[in-house]
Design a protein around this ligand. Structure first.
Ligand code: AHR
Length: 327
């Protein structure tokens, strides 16, 4: 082989290696495409609630505004669909993967695959219970335990002058999900010291309006004496309101209702007196997520935990906040 041909061959092989990504560092911080544009693979839980719809919109709009190409996948509340989506993002060699894990457990294998492929992962909204925290770069989302505590603190204050037993029914979120586990734990932590508060029934409503209604109907049939409903999100609370009205009772009066999220429909029901108290959980995570993604891809240090700022709403506060509520 002549000298000229062999040096041409070396140049071709080197170019092919660069194009295929071999030999590039990635550095766990990903590597942007030649045009400098970041590509993010995002696996969303589904479309189970008003909160989720607002969250999806926030992520899609923020990606557009930040000039990040978004590959969006809806898992329809199934972990196996999320795992498939993440594997496909790895195959497509996206620069960064973000996802909101439907449940807490069972992520180590696929997260390790992403790490081995040098693609950084950001958790949004919900946590995973992996012991190895190097499997993801950051977790952006609410403090769900604190949300549960806030719900219970309102209850304790509301019933501070009552001596009789307070019968509570609980509509839990998706079984095994971080918000269901944590909101339950935070709520119980606050009421546990006062024996008058009794959770007489607790079941999942899978964060949906339809399931919230169905489970509340069953609660009402088997428990004639319900004082309080604690629903892990607005949608289940709104479904339960239909069940309560269907049973001839007055929501917000005969049965006091505490929910979490503060989406527009929930806030309207709060302003109308059908819900008594809402703990906010903000779905507007898009801008912060895009900011973190850019930093991570550029190899900058980011905090491993970013907690969303949130508040609570009484009925009066809901009336004030409603006109300017974004979601
Ligand atoms: O993970 C956040 C929770 O998921 C929201 O509270 C709920 O509405 C949603 O489905």
């Amino acid at each position: 082989m002549s000298k000229r041909i062999s040096s041409k061959l070396i140049a071709i092989v080197a170019a092919a290696l660069v194009l295929s990504g071999c030999g590039s560092e990635g550095g766990g911080g990903g590597s942007t495409a030649d045009d400098g544009k970041i590509t993010m693979g995002f696996s969303q839980v589904g479309a189970e609630s008003g909160w989720r719809t607002a969250n999806t919109k926030s992520i899609q709009e923020a990606a557009k505004a930040a000039g990040i190409e978004l590959k969006f996948s809806d898992a329809q509340q199934k972990q196996e669909n999320q795992i498939k989506a993440i594997r496909s993002f790895i195959q497509q060699r996206v620069d960064v993967i973000a996802f909101s894990p439907v449940v807490e457990s069972g992520w180590d294998t696929v997260l390790r695959e992403a790490k081995n492929a040098n693609i950084p992962v950001i958790l949004t909204d919900r946590a995973v219970d992996s012991q190895d925290t190097t499997l993801y770069k950051a977790f952006l989302g609410s403090d769900f335990v604190e949300e549960g505590r806030r719900a219970a603190r309102w209850l304790v204050e509301e019933y501070k002058d009552v001596d009789e037993t307070v019968n509570i029914v609980e509509l839990q979120g998706t079984t095994g999900s971080a918000p269901a586990n944590d909101r339950k734990a935070g709520f119980e932590e606050i009421i546990k010291d006062d024996p008058k508060f009794k959770i007489i029934a607790s079941q999942t409503g899978d964060f949906t309006r339809a399931k919230g209604k169905e489970v509340m109907e069953a609660f009402l049939k088997s428990n004639p004496d319900i004082d309080v409903l604690y629903a892990h999100n607005d949608d289940m609370g709104l479904g339960a309101i239909e069940a309560i009205e269907g049973a001839g009772k007055v929501p917000g009066k005969d049965i006091k209702i505490i929910t979490i999220d503060a989406v527009r429909d929930g806030m309207q029901a709060l302003a109308d007196g059908k819900i008594n108290f809402i703990v906010e959980c903000s779905p507007l995570l898009g801008p912060q997520l895009m900011d973190l993604a850019k930093k991570v891809v550029n190899g900058e240090e980011v905090p491993q935990r970013v907690v969303t700022e949130e508040t609570t709403f009484t009925q009066e506060q809901a009336k004030e906040a409603l006109p300017s509520r974004q979601y």
